[in-house]
Design a protein around this ligand. Structure first.
Ligand SMILES: [Zn+2]
Ligand SMILES: [Zn+2]
Length: 120
């Protein structure tokens, strides 16, 4: 059994967990948390990221493209976009790095849902 529970479905699993980190830049602060994920939960996350976010190569700067808005609901304010970064560390594979943008409201919600912590 894994020593820690998966941070997504919150149970311990057979085998090792992979790592991921989500960072949101919001209201001049930097919110971040490292997640420990089982294989299926990590695949789910990568699927979402690969669909909706822009994958960046090593050292590539994030594009300033408002089409990268991850949330596109009615009422999302595209002017107040908060950059959101997803780092995925699948065991035995190269890390992958994704970039997207959230409106201010959804940035606040994501920080709360993922229990991201402000960095000094
Ligand atoms: Zn899981
Ligand atoms: Zn939104």
């Amino acid at each position: 059994m894994s020593f820690y529970p998966c941070d997504s479905h919150r149970e311990r699993v057979n085998g090792a967990l992979s790592g991921a980190r989500v960072t949101v830049l919001h209201r001049d602060a930097n919110y971040s948390r490292k997640l420990r994920l089982c294989e299926p939960c990590l695949s789910d996350l990568v699927g979402v990221l690969a669909n909706q976010w822009q994958e960046l190569r090593d050292g590539e700067p994030p594009p300033s493209d408002s089409r990268l808005q991850v949330c596109t609901q009615e009422g999302c304010d595209r002017q107040s976009a908060a950059p959101i970064f997803g780092f995925v560390y699948p065991r035995g594979f190269e890390p992958r790095f994704f970039y997207g943008r959230l409106c201010g409201d959804h940035a606040t919600a994501r920080v709360r849902d993922l229990e991201l912590l402000p960095n000094p």
